[in-house]
Ligand binder design. Sequence first.
Ligand code: K2U
Ligand code: ZN
Length: 167
Amino acid sequence: MSLLPILRFPDPRLRKVAARVDKIDDGIRRLARDMAETMYEAPGIGLAATQVDVHARVIVVDASETRDQLLTLINPEILQQDGLQVCEEGCLSVPGVYDKVERAEHVVVRYQDLDGAEQTVDATGLLAVCLQHEIDHLQGRVFVEHLSQLKQLRIRNKLAKQARITA
Ligand code: K2U
Ligand code: ZN
C-alpha cells in the first residue's frame, strides 16, 4: 500500500474531467486501496482519484465516527437529490481554507463496487455532502468554485503567498 501525493489548488490538473472506468481490474483495486490509505492518513472523510492525479471516476469516502465504514465508488452517478443544507467544507487540495457551501440534503448515488456489482447509496447529512464534494472533483470542480469571485481571489492570493514562503 502507498500514500499518494495530493494535488494542491489551483493546479490545473484538478480541473480535468475524469473518465469512466470500463474495466475494474487489479490496477483500479490497487488505486482504491492507496486512495483509502491516503484519505485516512490525511486525515479526511473523502478523496477523489482526480486529487491524486489519476483521472478515472473513482472516489473513496468514510464519514463514520468510528472510521471503519469505507465506501469505494466506481463511476458514481447522482440519481436523485433534494432538500438543502449548508456545511462548513474544507478540502485536502485546498489546505487551511474552510467555508460554507450549500448542497443537497439528500442524495441517491448509483455506482459500481470493486467487484463491478451495481450498488446504490441513499445518504443525508455529512455523507451526502461528502459524496457531492467528491463527485464534484471528478467533474473537475473544487469546492472553492461555489464561493464568491472575491473569496476565490483571496484564496488564490493566500495559497500563492504560502507557496512562495514554502518554496
Ligand atoms: O475531497 C476532499 O478534499 C476530502 C474532504 C471531503 C469533505 C470536505 C468537506 C465536507 C465533507 C467532505 C476532506 O475530508 S476535508 C477534511 C474534513 C474532515 C472531516 C470533516 C470535514 C472535512
Ligand atoms: Zn476536496
